[in-house]
Write a protein that binds this ligand. Structure first.
Ligand code: SF4
Length: 230
C-alpha cells in the first residue's frame, strides 16, 4: 500500500504519526509518497520574486500547528505585515482592518487575530512528530517552480517507508508547462481575468492550475464572485 501524502503543516502531522506507528509495529507493506509542503518558504519565494502584496493574511490552520513565530521573518526581513486569521467572515474583516492599520502606521509585525486557536508556540506535539519523520526538501510548486526547502521528505530513518525511493519513481519535472499565470496572481501582479485561460480552458470543472483547483484559490474565487464581470 502506498499512501499519496499531500497537504501543508496541517496534514503532515497525521502522516508522521502514521509512520511512527507503522515503524513501531514493524509494518512492511506500507509506504508514503510525500508531496507535503511547507508554507513559510513559499511565502518568502513570493516576496523574493517581486510582489505588490502589502501584507499577508496568514493561514490560521497552518499556524495552529506551527505557531505564529514562523512568520516573524516577514516583518523583520521584508517589512511586510502579517495577521494570522480564522475563517469566519468577521475573522477576515478584522484581519484586513489589522493589516490596514499596520500599513498606515508603518508598524509591520505578526499579529494573531485567531487567538481562539493559535498559540505562539503552536502544537508542539504535532511539531515533534513532524520533525521526527520529515526534513525540509527542495520541491516543485505548481505555478511557482522549485522552492528551496518548500517540501517535506522522509528522513533517512524512515527510508524503508519512502515510496519516492522505489525504482522508477521520479518526483521531479512533474509540473507541466502551460500558460497558467498562477505565480503572478499569487504575487498580486495580475488578476485571474488577465489569464488567457480563465473561463475558457480553465474553469472549476476543468482547472488548468492550482489557483483554480482549490475552492480557496484566487482564480476559483474570482470565477465565483466576478462571474458576470469577466
Ligand atoms: S485561470 Fe487557471 S490557468 Fe489561469 S492562472 Fe488561474 S489557475 Fe492558472
Amino acid at each position: 500500500m502506498i499512501f499519496a501524502a499531500i497537504g501543508f503543516e496541517t496534514t503532515a502531522p497525521g502522516t508522521a504519526v502514521t509512520l511512527v506507528q507503522a515503524k513501531a509495529a514493524g509494518i512492511d507493506n506500507f509506504q508514503v509518497l510525500s508531496a507535503h509542503k511547507l508554507m513559510p518558504p513559499a511565502m518568502e519565494e513570493l516576496i523574493r520574486g517581486g510582489t505588490r502584496i502589502d501584507g499577508f493574511i496568514c493561514p490560521g490552520h497552518v499556524s495552529v500547528i506551527t505557531g505564529s513565530g514562523v512568520f516573524q521573518f516577514i516583518p523583520e526581513k521584508y517589512r511586510l505585515g502579517c495577521v494570522i486569521t480564522g475563517f469566519e467572515p468577521t475573522d477576515i474583516l478584522t484581519a484586513v482592518l489589522m493589516l490596514v492599520r499596520q500599513v498606515m502606521e508603518e508598524t509591520p509585525e505578526v499579529q494573531v487575530q485567531y487567538v481562539r486557536a493559535v498559540k505562539p508556540e503552536g502544537n508542539t506535539l504535532a511539531q515533534k512528530f513532524m520533525n521526527e519523520v520529515f526534513e525540509p526538501s527542495d520541491t516543485e510548486w505548481r505555478g511557482l517552480g522549485v522552492i528551496r526547502s518548500g517540501g517535506m521528505k522522509l528522513r533517512g530513518e524512515y527510508s524503508a517507508f519512502d515510496a519516492s525511493l522505489l525504482p522508477g519513481v521520479n518526483m521531479t519535472g512533474m509540473t507541466q508547462e502551460t500558460d497558467c499565470i498562477c505565480g503572478d496572481i499569487l504575487r498580486g501582479l495580475l488578476t485571474p481575468a488577465e489569464c488567457p485561460l480563465f473561463k475558457t480552458e480553465c474553469t472549476p470543472e476543468t482547472p488548468a492550475g492550482a489557483c483554480m483547483v482549490s475552492e480557496e484559490g484566487a482564480c476559483h474565487s474570482w470565477y465565483k464572485y466576478h462571474h458576470h464581470e469577466g
